[in-house]
Design a protein around this ligand. Structure first.
Ligand code: CA
Length: 477
């Protein structure tokens, strides 16, 4: 397998990349000129501290303007890209030559912030054969305050060129194309390079501990292979935690959590830490319902991972039957997230497409599109009625809706096909609808809430007595 193929991931993979700043201890790198590197180099080193703008040049498409300026940086000075677009098309590029060899695995880091409309942002490498490798992020919203960004080798895909091997680079480019007329500024600082060990599967056995553990239970029960064993916390305090120590920095892509049927978390946070002392919340769940939780954590990396349990289902502590840490691929794209969920579910719960079987369902969307969709036109074995109208947006934002996905309601439909758990389904559909609204994505909320209504109609579930589900839901069809 050529390295080029191994790297050529779908552009959708880029969608989530900037959403999660890595939990990653960056050593204080010294400002030194960038010599040619070799694979044996270790540690993060600065490629450009932007104390001067030496070497940076610009390129713009017709109708676009770019000026680069020195300004206050994250440390010392930084580079500011001031741009203006007369129309909704075009691009601006800032580039600099960095002739350097690249080891088998690596990452680039930089600090950035912006005062700019949302738009497409690209980080591009030109290799020694003039092939261009990029991380393209659609509709990127630059943070107002400085934030670290990391671009790992596997985030890069071949934009154009022969792309035989990414073993040496000549040029680094930052490109912006907002897609709307207007002005903006983006700041960059501390562009650095980190040689990394080759990507390897995690093979250690994590250590697990908990705030409290009830009689007859152990924290290890949450990660052992026995489905019958359960970690149960103490029953007095609402604030409890469960902590995994991976024993080394580890990359992962998400979690699957199976809760105790009776004692589950309604509110909890997933936190990550490099040192066990400074924690970053990487996911927050509100209104958990005790069903299996799928949590996408794109590009997560940390040594420690903690569930901070804040509110329990019946004030008698928390029980976790199984906590499974998922690999990077779990959430590398919205599509793989769905597929992973479908694979973990019994056959028939999800559209067969997601379980690798041929059906009328498919994931649609162009490479690089900010939004994809799972679309089904009905077919054998599909729930009556519902599938024919179900179009589910599957953007990166949606995968973050409490670890749920819009088709959760559909899955539960299948699960409850015998109609003896109607209330459960109704709750699930309402939750999905509420989450979509809370997610601040009206177009999505509309689709899901329509779907909720559609599911209810299919099941013959009567409207709630208070009428709330009807009054705020768009009309179906
Ligand atoms: Ca600087």
């Amino acid at each position: 397998m050529s390295p080029a193929r191994a790297l050529s991931v779908p552009l959708l993979a880029a969608l989530l990349l900037f959403a999660t700043a890595p939990v990653h201890a960056q050593g204080a790198a010294e400002a030194t000129p960038p010599p040619a590197t070799t694979a044996s180099d270790t540690g993060v080193r600065i490629l450009d501290d932007f104390e001067t703008l030496d070497g940076w040049s610009i390129e713009t498409s017709p109708g676009a303007r770019l000026e680069i300026a020195q300004d206050s940086g994250h440390k010392g000075r930084g580079m500011r890209m001031d741009f203006e677009f007369k129309s909704g098309v075009g691009y601006v590029i800032a580039r600099k030559t960095f002739n350097m060899r690249l080891p088998e695995n690596f990452a680039f880091h930089l600090q950035t912030r912006g005062d700019a409309p949302r738009g497409d942002a690209e980080f591009k490498l030109v290799d020694r054969n003039q092939s261009v490798w990029w991380l393209k992020r659609r509709d990127f919203n630059f943070p107002r305050d400085w934030e670290p960004l990391t671009v790992k080798k596997r985030h890069l895909s071949l934009a154009w060129g022969a792309g035989e091997a990414l073993d040496a680079l000549t040029t680094i480019e930052f490109a912006l194309s907002p897609g709307t007329p207007g002005k903006g500024s983006v700041w960059l600082d501390e562009l650095s390079f980190e040689p990394r060990p080759p990507v390897q599967a995690y093979t250690l056995q994590p250590q697990i501990s908990a705030s409290t553990t009830g009689d007859g239970s152990t924290p290890g029960a949450a990660i052992d292979p026995d489905p019958a064993s359960v970690w149960h916390s103490g029953t007095l305090a609402e604030d409890q935690w469960l902590l995994l120590d991976f024993l080394q920095a580890r990359e992962y892509g998400g979690l699957i959590i199976d809760w105790d049927r009776d004692d589950y978390a309604i509110n909890y946070r997933v936190e990550a830490s490099a040192d066990g002392e400074t924690w970053k919340t990487v996911h927050t769940v509100r209104d958990g319902n005790g069903q299996r939780d799928y949590i996408a954590l794109p590009n997560a990396e940390s040594r420690y991972l903690r569930l901070s349990l804040e509110r329990s289902s019946r004030q008698r502590g928390y029980g976790i039957r199984h906590l499974a840490v998922q690999s990077y691929e779990f959430s590398s794209t919205p599509a793989t997230f769905f597929e992973a969920i479908a694979r973990a579910a019994p056959r028939g719960y999800y559209p067969r497409y997601f379980q690798g079987e041929q059906t009328y369902w498919t994931v649609v969307g162009a490479d690089g599109d900010a939004v994809g969709a799972a679309i089904g036109l009905g077919g054998g074995g599909a729930p009556r009625g519902a599938d024919a109208t179900a179009i589910h947006q599957v953007s990166g934002s949606i995968a973050h809706l409490d670890g749920r996905v819009p088709i959760a309601a559909l899955a539960r439909h299948r699960q409850t096909g015998d109609r003896d758990r109607r209330q459960d389904l109704q709750n699930a559909a309402q939750t999905d609808c509420a989450h979509a609204k809370a997610g601040g994505i009206p177009a999505l909320a509309e689709k899901i809430c329509v779907h909720e209504v559609s599911l209810k109609g299919t099941l013959g579930v009567p409207p709630r007595a208070d009428g709330a589900a009807r009054s705020d839901a768009p009309r179906a069809g």
